[in-house]
Design a binder for this molecule. Structure first.
Ligand code: HEM
Ligand code: HEM
Length: 200
């Protein structure tokens, strides 16, 4: 049975979408800002928080992927052309994969650092390093990959958000509203059951 409806993504997908969107965009601004800090002690502290929120995004994105595969999504509006449907689907899958790939690349970066600094998630648990061999070359590779993926995904997300707003304010369809909470659900399938009563 689908967990979404014809006219809404459903509360689980909506909650995950907006939580991940906020954390992901915030994490890019945070990552950029912490790079500008001069004090090494403060930078160490900020990187630990950056890693913590990164691990949180990774877990939420994994749940989002499972939910998307299990529950599906509402059909695109009938007014969209085939090209527009394929473009929207491609961007959404790229963003979904990016929310996994960016923190994984960050984790690989922390794991290959020759400094061997542990990752303290929210000062609660030590997250083990990935089984990768630390070296200056590997660290430089994962730093560049992490950075490119993060800023690339950030730009794609801005385009994605602009498209969603254009749908709402210019095309005036319900693409954005289906991703907002508070909409009463209309079931995806309507089955009309005709009951017969033999006693009558
Ligand atoms: C979705 C989650 C994440 C996003 C969007 C993100 C984004 C960023 C950005 C934008 C930077 C600054 C890059 C620069 O301008 O040089 C950065 C740096 C960094 N990130 Fe992440 N990050 C995420 C998750 C993680 C995770 C999970 C880890 C590690 C477990 C991590 C480790 C680092 C480290 C160590 C740096 C500093 C790199 C350096 O030394 O230059 N990040 N991140
Ligand atoms: C902050 C501005 C954002 C707005 C206004 C926005 C809006 C939307 C809308 C309206 C949809 C449904 C599109 C449809 O049904 O065709 C959607 C889906 C989606 N968005 Fe966003 N979004 C934003 C940010 C983000 C960010 C930052 C990410 C990830 C980095 C993201 C990832 C996704 C994904 C993966 C989907 C597919 C549905 C799902 O599986 O959750 N969005 N977004």
């Amino acid at each position: 049975m689908p967990r979404y409806h014809e006219n809404t993504y459903g509360i689980v997908a909506i909650a995950l979408h907006w939580t991940i969107a906020l954390l992901f965009l915030g994490q890019i601004v945070f990552g950029f800002s912490m790079e500008q800090v001069k004090s090494l002690a403060l930078q160490f502290e900020l990187i630990q928080w950056h890693k913590s929120f990164g691990f949180l995004i990774l877990i939420l994105a994994f749940l989002r992927l499972l939910w998307r595969l299990a529950a599906g999504r509402p059909q695109p509006p009938a007014t969209l052309s085939r090209v527009e449907r394929v473009a929207a689907e491609t961007v959404q899958w790229t963003l979904l994969i990016a929310t996994l790939a960016v923190p994984l690349a960050g984790w690989a970066l922390a794991s290959t650092s020759t400094l061997g600094i542990p990752s303290f998630a929210f000062n609660l648990v030590v997250v083990p390093h990935l089984p990768l061999t630390p070296s200056d070359e590997a660290e430089a590779f994962w730093r560049e990959t992490h950075k490119l993926l993060a800023y690339g995904a950030g730009m794609l997300a801005i385009g994605h958000a602009a498209a969603a707003l254009a749908h709402h304010f210019v095309l005036r369809d319900d693409v954005l509203v289906r991703m907002l909470p508070g909409r009463a659900a209309r079931p995806a399938t309507h089955r009309v059951t005709l009951e017969t009563n033999d006693d009558v």
